[in-house]
Design a protein around this ligand. Structure first.
Ligand SMILES: Cc1cc2nc3c(=O)[nH]c(=O)nc-3n(C[C@H](O)[C@H](O)[C@H](O)COP(=O)(O)O)c2cc1C
Length: 394
């Protein structure tokens, strides 16, 4: 029987001291896309939040971000040149100080890099098309430009190794560029990168190949490699892909590459598709080849739910619960579960070093609602009316 307190050895040898993982979460704390003292303080406060912390999505290419920011001077992080290394080295060091593993989530945001347009840059997509919620110009990538982005994932991995991260997670979920290529809704290409399901998989597979190559050349033997996926993408009648296609992608990814874990991104860890009584975790586990482990996140906010999630997966991902209580895993490992903070309040915000950008993001996004959100709203300087969400709605 799996327990939260189990010691886990990942397939390449890395050891983590609990099955609890901190899910990647944007902190909106970058300045010129570089980690700031706010970023370092926030991650430093989370050196005991989990056995392994996945640091927020960090752009691998100059046009790979930032996404729309909440304040002009607070942004998503990047790793597309060596200038980003000193700040990210501090982040990795802060996270690892109590034995936690530090993983960097690497991304190209594709059409979601809205703030790049505000900065006068180019926003890149697999196919030129109209998205009702997008009001900025889009650039359809040429074949050579796609290959360059594949290379960028490799170079970013090398930099993450140099910064002292214990691993990287390839961000193939949540509507960013890798998902945009996998999705028949947003990929209308007819070259190597699109057309059939097999070709829509090519971007994910080539990036994985590049990342594994760099890791083999430059990383310690126990370096961790993960891949994040959203199980389905459905826009009304318009199907990007279903879990059936996700199964095929994951089968291929875990047959061809030795991923340490696959991270499934959901709003609820027990969510089920329309055409099955089994949940996504159960359906996708059928194709994740051992010894690759399965991780899921989505509404796992109490010890009871963490234990329940272990009925389906190997590792449980906590997002917002680690914002409220930055020492949540430490408390579970040390018989102090009754002391876990369950709502935002003055103490949790202070102890958790929530960044100002994160306070604004949480306070102004009803989707992220959590107990104590009114306290965060009282700290927020932004009015909901001023906020433009990632899909362009007010
Ligand atoms: C503030 C915030 C920022 C997020 N940023 C990211 C991100 O950078 N990368 C990512 O893959 N998911 C991101 N997510 C999604 C989380 O990783 C997680 O899947 C989601 O919050 C559901 O888990 P939870 O209910 O435990 O919070 C973010 C979520 C929140 C609340």
């Amino acid at each position: 029987m799996k327990k939260l307190t189990d010691n886990i050895t990942l397939r390449h040898g890395a050891q983590i001291k609990t099955r609890i993982v901190q899910s990647p979460m944007l902190t909106n704390s970058g300045l010129d896309e570089k980690a700031t003292q706010d970023t370092v303080d926030y991650y430093g406060a989370r050196s005991q939040s989990a056995g392994m912390v996945i640091v927020e999505y960090t752009s691998v290419s100059p046009n790979g971000g930032p996404s729309r920011s909440w304040a002009p001077d607070r942004e998503q992080l990047a790793i597309y040149n060596d200038d980003f290394k000193p700040g990210l080295t501090k982040v990795a060091t802060a996270l690892k100080k109590d034995g936690n593993k530090a993983i960097l989530q690497i991304v190209h945001s594709g059409r979601e890099a809205a703030y790049r347009d505000t900065l006068g840059g180019r926003v890149e997509v697999p196919s030129q098309m109209n998205f009702p919620w997008i009001d900025y110009p889009l650039h359809e990538l040429t074949e050579d430009e796609v290959w360059q982005i594949v290379k960028d994932f490799g170079t970013a991995t090398k930099r993450a190794i140099d910064c002292g991260f214990d691993g990287v997670e390839i961000h193939g979920a949540n509507h960013y560029l890798i998902q945009q290529f996998f999705s028949a809704f947003s990929n209308k290409r007819t070259d190597y990168w699109g057309g059939s399901l097999e070709k829509r998989m090519n971007f994910a597979l080539e990036i994985s190949k590049e990342v594994f190559k760099v890791v083999k050349e430059a990383a310690p033997k126990d370096f961790i490699i993960g891949y994040r996926i959203s199980p389905e993408e459905i826009h009304g009648d318009n199907i990007g892909y279903t879990w059936h296609e996700s199964q095929q992608l994951l089968k291929k990814l875990t047959e061809d590459f030795e991923f340490d874990y696959i991270n499934i991104s959901t709003n609820n860890y027990k969510a089920t598709p329309k055409d099955s009584n089994q949940n996504y975790a159960q359906l996708l586990s059928k194709v994740i080849q051992a010894p690759t482990l399965e991780l899921i996140s989505g509404d796992i906010h109490t010890v009871e739910k963490m234990n329940d999630a272990l009925n389906y997966v190997d590792l449980v991902g906590l997002g917002r619960a680690t914002l409220i209580d930055p020492r949540i895993a430490y408390k579970i490992l040390n018989n102090q579960a009754k002391d876990i903070h369950l709502k935002f309040d003055e103490e949790s915000v202070k102890e958790g070093h929530l960044t100002p950008g994160l306070v604004e993001l949480l306070a102004n996004t009803p989707y992220f609602d959590m107990p104590g959100i009114d306290y965060l709203k009282s700290l927020s300087n932004v009015k909901l009316d001023d906020v433009v969400t990632h899909d362009g709605t007010k």
